[in-house]
Design a protein around this ligand. Structure first.
Ligand code: GYE
Length: 372
């Protein structure tokens, strides 16, 4: 099929790229991106397996079939990621998207990938629920000649994929820690007693954010009182925060939620427990993801800081598919750009891993400019 794509594909991809403002990684339009200083890509995947496009999808219809094994529907971030893929891999762009919501179940995700192989799709996109357990199924994809593109979360135990497009989660955690240090200094807060609500266990997003924040906490001698998974959901965040409130009321002054939905749950639990948070509150509340409603909450002073994780990988994935169709070798790693949002002008920049990055004071214009 790929050989006869010709103009149809070129047209489709032009549309796709045009629709996404020229692609380029789905950068946030709201503000300058600190990620500009991060590595934007690694060396080309000269030796990557599965770097050639499959020629096994029957048809000759000029349509590129893409199977996407999505994590689930646990969060607002996930909804934005799914929508981005559905928009980019639309029929009107020359794609046939086979979308599977794996409902946060790793076994289901492996099964979805194997079904894609059976169906003979042209490309497989995986957002890996957990970071390990991938080598066998990726070998099967390679043997079937189907290129795999990983998005968002990373895989630790296999490199049998063409490219990965996503965020540096450890940098996000480090940025959170560096901002908290600078903010505490600016506000004259000498002691940090933090509670962490982690994301889903085994997810690289959780691992990176946890490690990054802990690195700064250890360096600064902060006390992390507890760190438990809220599974990236509002219900999970609320449940963990309710138990934290029971056990530690009066003992903590920082709550770090590893995504926005957990922060929503944590706010409900703190409201019920009569604990104030945000600007002027007893507790500094921090979140990750920076979906628009939660950037609004930063503006409203309910969340002190929100560290963006950009879910718009699909335009870049489309570019990668275009490169493969043209016989080119895409880059092995592509980082999306991200920004850090804050409620007060106490801190305007931070140095993360040696690179100076702006923090953005949220105005209504910033909120309205959020792409998701
Ligand atoms: O932060 C969370 C989602 O993998 C980065 O998964 C993603 C995380 C995101 O459920 O909201």
């Amino acid at each position: 099929m790929k050989k006869i794509l010709g103009m149809a594909l070129a047209f489709a991809l032009t549309l796709s790229l045009a629709a996404c403002g020229g692609g380029g990684g789905g950068a946030s339009s709201a503000a300058p991106a600190p990620a500009a200083d991060q590595p934007s890509s690694a060396a080309p995947a000269a030796d990557a397996p599965a770097s050639q496009p499959a020629d096994n999808a029957g048809g000759g219809d000029g349509v590129i079939t893409v199977g996407f094994a999505q994590v689930g529907h646990e969060s607002d971030w996930r909804t934005a990621s799914t929508k981005s893929a559905q928009d980019v891999f639309a029929a009107s762009n020359g794609y046939d998207l086979v979308f599977v919501d794996c409902d946060n179940d790793s076994a289901r995700q492996l099964e979805a990938v194997r079904n894609f192989i059976q169906q003979g799709v042209d490309y497989i996109i995986i957002d890996p629920i957990v970071a390990t357990g991938w080598d066998t199924v990726l070998t099967e994809c390679d043997d079937a000649g189907i290129p795999v593109i990983i998005i968002d979360r990373t895989i630790d135990d296999s490199d049998k994929y063409v490219s990965w497009v996503g965020s540096d989660f450890k940098i996000e955690g480090l940025a959170c820690g560096e901002w908290l240090k600078a903010y505490a200094e600016a506000k004259g807060i000498s002691e940090i007693n933090a509670l962490v609500i982690e994301g889903s266990t085994g997810a690289s997003a959780t691992i990176g954010r946890t490690e990054g924040f802990k690195e700064i906490a250890d360096r600064e001698g902060w006390n992390i009182i507890a760190s438990q998974s809220g599974d990236f959901t509002e219900a999970g965040g609320q449940e963990v925060m309710e138990s934290y409130c029971q056990s530690y009321k009066g003992q903590f002054n920082v709550v770090i939620c590893q995504n926005d939905n957990e922060a929503a749950g944590a706010m409900t639990a703190m409201d019920t427990a009569g604990i104030s948070y945000g600007v002027g509150g007893d507790v500094i509340l921090v979140s990750f993801d920076a979906n628009r409603p939660y950037v609004q909450m930063v503006k409203d002073g309910k969340i002190n800081a929100n560290f963006e994780c950009n879910p718009m990988a699909a335009p870049t994935v489309s570019e990668i598919i275009q490169q493969l169709e043209a016989g080119e070798t895409p880059e092995k790693q592509v980082y999306v750009t991200e920004s850090w949002f804050v409620a007060e002008d106490a801190v305007s920049k931070i140095t993360v891993n040696g690179s100076e990055q702006p923090v953005i004071l949220v105005t209504q214009e910033v909120v309205d400019g959020r792409p998701y």
